[in-house]
Write a protein that binds this ligand. Sequence first.
Ligand code: C2E
Ligand code: MG
Ligand code: MG
Ligand code: MG
Length: 281
Amino acid sequence: AVKNDGKNAWLYYNPVMQANIIQRVSFEQSLRDALFNDEFSLHYQPIVSAREGKVCGFEALLRWQSSNYGVVPPMTFIPIAEECGLIIPIGNWVLKNACQFALRLLEKGYKDFFVAVNISVKQLKHPDFVANVRELLAEAGLPASYLELEITETVLMDAIEDNVKKLLELKELGIKLALDDFGTGYSSLTYLKQLPIEVLKIDKSFVADLTDCEKTVGMIESIIQLSHRLGIQVVAEGVETSEQQLSLQGYDCDMTQGYLTCRPVPDSDVFVFLEKKSRPG
Ligand code: C2E
Ligand code: MG
Ligand code: MG
Ligand code: MG
C-alpha cells in the first residue's frame, strides 16, 4: 500500500478525488453564476409574539433555484459559498434585498417590525463589513432599527474580542443583533455576558424536545429567565405544534417562529399573510 503522509499524496492518481474536484469546481461555478443569472430569492418567515401571535418581524431565508442542480438548500451551498469567498457578494445581495423588503413594508404602512438577516462569520470578519452595511442602509434610506442581524454562537467564539468590537460598531449604527441557534454550540455563559445582543434564538432542536423531555424544559426555562435578567429577548425557533407554543408561553418566551404560524414564504405571500392577520375575526 502507498503510504499517504500528506506530503506526496498528489503524486498518486486518485480518480475518485479527481471526480470530486471536478464536481466541486462545477458546483462553485454554478454558485458564482447564480447571482448573475438571478437564481437567488429570499423567503420570509414571520416571527410573532408568543402570547398574542402579533407579528414582530421576519427572518429572511435565502433560496437557490439552480439551473443545474434544481433547488439547493442553504445548508448545502452556504458552507461552500463561505469557503470560496462568494458569501461576500451573496451576503450583500441578501442584505440589499432584505432592505428593499423592509421598505415595501413601510410603504404599505407597517411600522412595528424588523427584518432579520443571517450573517456568516466570514462577512462579519471582512474589514469592510460595517461600512458596507452602513452604505446599504443609507442607499436604501432605511432606518437601521428595522434591521436585525443574526449570528450563530459557534461562529463568534474564536477571536471573541475582535468580533465583539465589530458587533458594537454595528450596534452603534442602530442595528439589532441576535444570537442564532443558541444551544447547538458550547453556549458558554461567559460569551453570553460579553455579547452585545438584544435577542437570543433558542435552536429548534430544543423546541422539538420540549414536550417529552423534562431536562429540556428546565434548560429552556432557565435560558429564558437568564436572558431576561440580562435584558435579552428570547425567540423560540421551529415551533410546529400548539402544544409547544403553549408551553413556551408558560415559560415567558417572548417570541416564536415556526411552521405552526407560517412557513418561510415569498414576499408576495407575506403581504397576504399580513392582510389575513389584520382582518377582524
Ligand atoms: P436558521 O437561521 O436557524 O434558520 C431557521 C431554519 O429553520 C430555516 O431553514 C427555516 O426554514 C427552518 N424552519 C423554520 N420553521 C421551522 C419549523 O417549524 N420546523 C423546522 N423543522 N424547521 C423550521 P433554512 O431556510 O433551510 O435555512 C437553514 C440555515 O441556512 C439557516 O438556519 C441559516 O443558518 C442559513 N441561511 C439561510 N439563509 C441565509 C443567508 O441569507 N445567509 C447566511 N449566511 N445563512 C443563511
Ligand atoms: Mg437565523
Ligand atoms: Mg436558527
Ligand atoms: Mg442555523
